[in-house]
Design a protein around this ligand. Structure first.
Ligand code: F6P
Length: 538
């Protein structure tokens, strides 16, 4: 298949786009979820979707069957399936870097995916090493420190606590990412060199933050009397030469067709493999692979990642919603919003299409959130009564991995209640009819009732997992990856580069020596003023 960008129609150049505009004006803008449910007793079933390990209720979203149909037509006109197949076949769809995008090959069973031999050779070695560390009586290791940033940090940092119930009880995991020394300092303070394993995780092995923290860790290790760097430092990287120059002899490689934010399935997953063991890591890969098969084969209307990606386009480009809040009702998923920020916003936060043409429509929404019920006691106020409509994505897990059934029931009841409250709202009449014991009696009843009114009709999606196991989590993450692919493909983006991080990096390189010298010459007024305040001798 040719990757000539002009062969892929952009969403705004399609017949379906125009039809969606008309449909939005006629039936989308004013769609009221309460009325939609009252009209159609089958709405829940019509908008329910099953994918491997994940059930989705899409019925509380501000769309109807016609919207979905038109969105699927939009996907067809944009040749979503051909683009997906090009990715899965290893075509260089990351056109600006001339690279294939093959994180799916990392979770294909032995002998089935592209580069299977190389992938499984590293995987076997990685898992054998992980099992060696987990044999704590023999390894002597109690603490594992992952030093990496972005995609070399957020995946393992999200997955390890999510799967806490499956983690080796004799091992502690630490994640150091920030170049700010306040990240590594408190970690080192609690470690003993001879019981610590450092994983230096960097695809390029050149990233400033990671290299600086790795150097600090090595210095600390030697100062603590550590002698065997080769035993206590391992590398996960595509740059084996630079790792060797650092003094690392145990390295697990991967390939340029694994993007940083898609890399937790590769050697970057080493902390996960040590935490949950070979069997657990293989289950994580299997769950992701099951979702890959679903994405590759399910018809577009029944394809969960595709449906979520299409809904994202509908909300961003027709309803004009600019953000999406993620609310996992599972404390283990506390870092999921941060992980999704990189996955979605680094992938689809772009302003030009594949041919470099500026886009006349919005792309990545802002993705943010906190686990429920914590978010309820912080920003949910705004979700319920604020002036912006923010679609919320609830994640509910039916069976906990702890024994406190009463707590779990409360978490689930809150999860259900929030999506219900967002949709149903409360009229001023209903508020008037209620008692409000804590309301001031200096105000008129109607004024108080207006403050206690909820507009409702606020959309949400609920994803349901049976239990947060390695395979369920693998499927959930792959679901998000393919959803981002879908919206990115429709928007006509290259979802797999990240040029937007370059400029700041280069400027920091210029400013670093100026902080020492205080030289502000040639800088803009604000940066010069701030530099003078922050410079070493000031
Ligand atoms: O933030 C830019 C980025 O390139 C991410 O895409 C990547 O995950 C991160 O830096 C870390 O890069 P590396 O693994 O090469 O250290």
């Amino acid at each position: 298949m040719s990757l000539e960008p002009s062969l892929f129609p952009r969403c705004d150049a399609t017949v379906a786009w125009t039809a969606l505009r008309g449909h939005f004006e006629a039936h989308g803008r004013e769609l009221d979820l309460r009325e939609a449910f009252a009209r159609d007793a089958g709405r829940f079933d019509a908008f329910a979707l099953e994918a491997p390990e994940v059930f989705a209720d899409l019925s509380k979203n501000r769309w109807d069957l016609m919207t979905r149909q038109l969105l699927v037509e939009l996907a067809r006109e944009c040749q979503l399936e051909a683009r997906r197949d090009a990715m899965l076949a290893g075509e260089p769809i990351n056109t600006t870097e001339g690279r294939a995008v093959l994180h799916t090959a990392l979770r294909a069973p032995r002998g089935q995916g592209l580069f299977s031999h190389e992938v499984h050779e590293v995987l076997d070695r990685l898992l054998a090493f992980a099992e060696g560390v987990r044999d704590t009586a023999a390894s002597g290791i109690t603490d594992v420190v992952n030093i990496g940033i972005g995609g070399s940090d957020l995946g393992p940092q999200m997955v390890v606590p999510a799967l806490d119930a499956f983690v080796h009880p004799g091992l502690r995991f630490h994640f150091v990412s920030n170049v700010d020394g306040h990240d590594i300092a408190p970690v080192l303070r609690r470690l003993e060199a001879k019981r610590t394993l450092f994983i230096i995780a960097s695809k390029t092995f050149t990233t400033q933050e990671t290299m600086a923290n790795a150097a600090v860790a090595r210095e600390w290790f030697l100062a603590q009397g550590g002698t065997d760097i080769a035993r206590h430092f391992v590398g996960a990287t595509t740059n084996l030469k630079a790792a060797a120059a650092f003094g690392i002899h145990t390295t697990f490689g991967f390939w340029d067709w694994v993007g940083g934010r898609y890399s937790l399935w590769s050697a970057i997953g080493l902390p996960i493999a040590i935490a949950i063991g070979a069997e657990g890591f293989r289950a994580l890969l299997e769950g992701a692979h099951a979702m890959d098969r679903h994405f590759a084969t399910a018809p577009l209307l029944a394809n969960l990642p595709v449906q979520l990606g299409l809904l994202d386009v509908w909300y961003r480009n027709f309803h004009g919603f600019t953000s999406r809040s993620v609310a996992p009702y599972h404390q283990g998923l506390k870092r999921l919003p941060a992980y999704l920020q990189q996955l979605e916003m680094e992938s689809n936060g772009k302003g030009v299409d594949l041919g470099g043409q500026p886009l006349p429509y919005g792309t990545s929404p802002v993705v943010w959130g906190e686990p429920g019920t914590n978010g309820q006691h912080a920003y949910f106020q705004m979700l319920h009564q604020g002036t912006d409509v923010i679609p919320v994505e609830f994640i509910a897990v039916r069976r906990p991995t702890h024994a406190h059934a009463d707590l779990h029931a409360k978490a689930l009841a809150n999860c259900l209640a929030q999506s219900q409250a967002l949709m149903l709202g409360k009229t001023t009449e209903a508020a008037l009819a209620e008692k409000a014991p804590t309301a001031s009696d200096r105000l008129g009843k109607l004024t108080v009732a207006r403050h206690r009114t909820f507009p409702g009709n606020r959309p949400s999606t609920t994803l349901v997992l049976e239990q947060l196991t390695p395979s369920a989590l693998g499927a959930l993450i792959a679901l998000y990856e393919h959803r981002v692919f879908t919206s990115g493909a429709l928007w006509g983006l290259n979802s797999f580069d990240q040029w937007g991080v370059e400029l700041g990096k280069a400027l920091a390189g210029d400013l670093l020596p100026r902080l020492a010298s205080g030289d502000a010459s040639g800088l803009d007024g604000s940066t010069a003023g701030l530099l003078r305040r922050l410079a070493a001798g000031s």
